[in-house]
Design a protein around this ligand. Structure first.
Ligand code: ADP
Ligand code: F6P
Length: 481
């Protein structure tokens, strides 16, 4: 349900036009050759769908597929139950390589996660990134109407407001960054730092996940732009620079808590939990669920688990790590190398510890459907969420929402955006500190049920109070003011 205030903002903001790299659809080819288009799952889609339906909104983005699909065929999606319009931006194979895999995911992604050594600062990527941002701006220009509010998402489209202005479009444009924003020490490594930062200041409202990210952005602006004024007295600060005025705030994204909690309670999930319990009897399940990404700290987590088994005899034969890894960005060499590293470690650790009737790590490399994922969340006594850096990390919140028995322990990296909100009730760890994470695993294993319940109740309340609808509303309320 969308909160009432969203209706008040509707009048002030008009139709909502969402722009993101990916459209909220998933496309597959059926056996007979025809394309099958379905609405995609995910928090952003869930949150924005009611607002888009109410306002007869529009979502503009790349369909996630190369040149092989005819845009006309995509119009099928209009009838697939989305309830609002979509407009595809088609990208050539070269654009996908250089804008999506290249600039977005071999430069901005590692840089924004403080991993500048992983960046491939290829100048060709920058050229294509600018051209594709221009292409998105042209698609927006052809679709917008007077009084539309344009809300752009994520690091793929940092230049869009600038491009819209250069096309002479006077619209108010908001931007939300789903990743972290780095400190000046890191950001300054970007060869195109001034262009990118100046382009971001063309947005009317810039939303970040945490106050730390918002402050990092402000420090970078102060370092790079002369005569900048910054009013930090309010929760949403105002930056004025060379005649431009941008508002910057922190809006921590969340999940549809009630829907996760409801789905986790359905009988099918309960049956799956019982199956899992039978397959892994008399063990506490420690769960890891991560996209295959070096920012998620999967090798470090596996090393910490090994260390815990080596140092704490009472864990031996008593805990099972279920590690789900979701395939991602498989065309990028670093991601392929990471998969080899993770799978090598899993087999080393299992080789070292497995005994009759006990395999310490159950490893899966695939997408799971929602009910199966919920069954893992519900069955796990401990969640091990240890990214080296993460914008928010929704898995941490989903685990708590699904923890119907309220006895799970969340071990959470202090470098995940969600730690800002959950720090008092999770067990906070530094993911680089193998011994510290191992000790947290042991502490979680030994934790009495009273303490588990008290912590989990607080975690769930905090996530329920600030759910995904709260997030949309908070952003749009500021946008309308
Ligand atoms: P990121 O956006 O970097 O991948 P998040 O933790 O914020 O990280 O979000 C991951 C999303 O992917 C969650 O909504 C989660 O439910 C979903 N997800 C995680 N594991 C799987 C899986 N095995 N199959 C399908 N979806 C998954
Ligand atoms: O967290 C940033 C993000 O872009 C998410 O929005 C998305 O779910 C994830 O990374 C995977 O991104 P993609 O497969 O589009 O590269």
């Amino acid at each position: 349900m969308v909160p009432d205030k969203a209706h008040q903002n509707e009048a002030k903001l008009g139709r909502l036009v969402v722009v993101s790299n990916r459209l909220p659809i998933s496309i597959t080819r059926a056996k007979r050759g025809e394309w099958h288009v379905e609405p995609a799952m995910g928090g952003l889609v869930t949150a924005l769908t009611p607002v888009l339906r109410e306002r007869k909104g529009l979502w503009i983005g790349w369909p996630g597929i190369g040149e092989e699909i005819d845009p006309a065929e995509l119009s099928m999606a209009q009838g697939s139950g989305l309830g609002y319009q979509i407009r595809p931006v088609m990208l050539s194979d070269q654009e996908v390589d250089e804008y999506y895999f290249g600039f977005s995911n071999e430069i901005l992604w590692p840089l924004f996660h403080d991993l500048q050594n992983f960046c491939n600062f290829n100048p060709a990527y920058w050229k294509t990134y600018q051209a594709v941002n221009r292409k998105f701006a042209e698609a927006v220009a052809q679709s917008v109407e007077e009084d539309d509010y344009i809300w752009v998402h994520d690091y793929h489209l940092t230049l869009l407001a600038r491009e819209l202005k250069s096309l002479g479009l006077p619209f108010k444009v908001g931007f939300f960054l789903h990743t972290p924003f780095p400190s000046p020490d890191i950001f300054m490594k970007l060869p195109w730092r001034s262009q990118l930062l100046n382009a971001l200041l063309e947005y009317d409202l810039l939303g970040f996940q945490t106050t730390r990210d918002r402050n990092n952005f402000i420090y970078c602006a102060e370092a790079l732009i002369r005569n900048i004024h910054h009013d930090a007295r309010r929760q949403v600060s105002v930056i004025t620079a060379q005649g431009r005025r941008a508002r910057v705030g922190a809006f921590p994204i969340s999940i549809d808590f009630r829907e996760y909690a409801r789905q986790a309670s359905v009988d099918l999930v309960g049956e799956r939990v019982a199956d899992l319990r039978r397959a892994i009897p008399d063990n506490q399940i420690i769960l890891g669920v991560d996209r295959l990404d070096y920012s998620k700290g999967i090798p470090e987590k596996l090393k910490a688990f090994r260390y815990a088994l080596e140092r704490h005899d009472d864990l031996y034969g008593q805990v099972t790590l279920v590690q789900v890894v979701v395939p991602s960005r498989e065309d990028i060499p670093r991601y392929q190398e990471l998969r080899d590293e993770v799978e090598g470690l899993v087999s080393e650790i299992n080789g070292q510890f497995t005994q009759w009737g006990w395999v310490p790590i159950h490893y899966m490399y695939r997408n799971l459907d929602r009910l199966e994922l919920l069954a893992y969340y519900r069955a796990a006594e401990i969640a091990l969420v240890t990214p080296l850096k993460d914008g928010m990390n929704l898995v941490a919140k989903e685990y708590c929402a699904a923890n119907r028995d309220r006895n799970g322990v969340l071990i959470l990296s202090e470098f995940a955006g969600s730690a800002t909100q959950l720090r008092h009730s999770a067990l906070l760890v530094n993911p680089y500190d193998i011994e510290g994470v191992a000790n947290a695993i042991h502490r979680a294993y030994k934790m009495e049920v009273g303490e588990r319940r008290a912590r989990m109740r607080r975690l769930r309340k905090s996530i329920r109070d600030r759910d995904i609808f709260w997030w949309v509303e908070s952003f749009l309320q500021v946008a309308a003011s």
